[in-house]
Design a protein around this ligand. Structure first.
Ligand SMILES: Nc1nc2c(ncn2[C@@H]2O[C@H](COP(=O)(O)OP(=O)(O)OP(=O)(O)O)[C@@H](O)[C@H]2O)c(=O)[nH]1
Ligand SMILES: [Mg+2]
Length: 387
């Protein structure tokens, strides 16, 4: 559910939102429109309408032109929408002007994604990471007129006193809280590093599932590990936030540790990548990445590029990758293990839902684990983990 401030001008529907997606001549504009719809629905905006338009460049004051803003206002009235969501990054001033003009909460793309993450965070660490990202985003918005934002969105500290003094107090509160959060996260990361070292000592082959949000990572994780592995699967963006790890026995590879991770998306807010960096770096520091691609998505190429971009940002570009094209039951492709001209596996096609191609995927994992096995680390089978 999108939290709506009580100060919204009239009683409006918190599950309704107007989505604004402007075309600046990008060739993937149509996909961007689809994606903002999915993001908004994932955040709980079940009733929504997209307002589109073409522009050369953003308007300095309102991002969209004044005629377009009027159109957005009409659409919001008709829907009785509590929120207007821009599929763009807004300057603090533009956001403020829009909120004044529209009398509604205006979110930009970063804030929308932050809200989804806030709704999904389950573990202590996940919650700390989301709070850190939110505060870092908020601290960029602390400018004159903060009192307006404060009124609209609910303040953080009950410090009282409007104007500059308030800004200064909030600034200090936020800076202090950011410091505390970073410390806590550091501590948690140290504990994880200790656990990881123990794992490395035991020479367990580790595999991490990475990929664009909704590609089917969690479904594949459950199918590969155990039907009751319990990773949350949903037709929502960012269904998974927290990493789930499970040990399995794979014929020919021995004991393997498999991790399911958060999905990536284009233009993932920078603060979020920063906040999740430690966890992401940790989980992708695997021996092998299964890069899960939705083979039925019309934008799968672009999505894979975006995933590789984030992987490069978190220093994971050099980790061996196995491309796993999932959802062949919808895309109509045949389950297979494909090889390049040197005989190396280039791509595995599977359906996590029907199980087609999973035997091939297991043998591909075993093949990737071979160099390590030959280095003299044979593993003992453990029957209860047998697949
Ligand atoms: N038809 C079909 N649907 C699939 C397959 N694999 C996953 N799905 C569906 O795709 C949707 C997303 O699946 P998830 O496993 O949650 O995807 P994810 O990559 O973990 O998504 P995030 O956690 O949001 O990053 C769900 O509705 C799944 O049921 C498949 O092989 N075939
Ligand atoms: Mg998932």
């Amino acid at each position: 559910m999108l939290d709506t401030p009580v100060t919204a001008r009239r009683a409006s529907d918190p599950a309704a939102a107007v989505l604004v997606c402007l075309d600046f001549g990008d060739d993937d504009y149509e996909e961007a429109v689809e994606e903002i719809k999915r993001l908004a629905e994932s955040a709980g905006a079940r009733r929504n309408r997209v307002v589109q338009g073409k522009r050369q460049r953003p308007d300095a004051r309102l991002y969209a032109g004044s005629g377009k803003v009027e159109e957005i206002g009409h659409a919001a009235d008709q829907l009785n929408a509590a929120t207007v969501i821009f599929n763009h990054d807004l300057q603090p001033g533009q956001q403020r002007n829009l909120e004044k003009e529209l009398g509604r909460t205006v979110l930009d793309r970063t804030e929308l994604i932050l809200r989804i993450f806030a709704q999904r965070a389950q573990t202590h660490e996940g919650k700390l990471q989301v709070e850190l990202a939110e505060l870092e985003h908020l601290s960029t918005r602390l400018v004159r007129g903060w009192t307006h934002l404060e009124r609209q969105r609910g303040g953080l500290g009950k410090t009282g006193g409007p104007g500059e003094k308030q800004i200064e107090l909030d600034r200090r509160y936020i800076a202090r809280r950011i410091g505390t959060l970073k410390e806590k996260l550091n501590e948690l990361q140290k504990q994880r590093t200790v656990r990881r070292r123990a794992r490395v000592r035991r020479d367990v082959f580790s595999v991490s599932l990475v990929g664009y949000t909704n590609a089917g990572k969690s479904t594949l994780f459950n199918a590969l590990t155990h039907p009751s592995a319990g990773a949350y699967v949903a037709d929502k963006l960012f269904a998974t936030l927290d990493t789930t790890t499970r040990k399995v026995w794979i014929e020919g590879a021995g004991q393997v540790v498999v991790s399911d991770t958060v999905g990536f998306i284009r233009d993932l807010p920078h603060g979020l990548v920063a906040a999740f960096r430690a966890t992401l770096e940790e989980t992708v520091r695997a021996d092998l990445l299964l890069h899960v691609v939705d083979s039925a998505s019309s934008t799968r190429g672009r999505e894979a590029e975006d995933v590789n971009k984030v992987l490069a940002e978190i220093h994971a570009a050099a980790i061996p990758q196995l491309a796993v094209w999932n959802k062949v039951d919808v895309s109509g492709l045949q389950p297979a293990v494909e090889r390049d001209e040197y005989g190396r596996i280039s791509r595995v096609l599977v359906s996590a839902r029907t199980g087609a191609g999973l035997a091939g995927l297991r043998s591909a994992i075993a093949e990737a684990a071979q160099p390590r096995m030959q280095a003299g680390h044979p593993q003992n089978p453990s029957p209860e983990l047998s697949l």
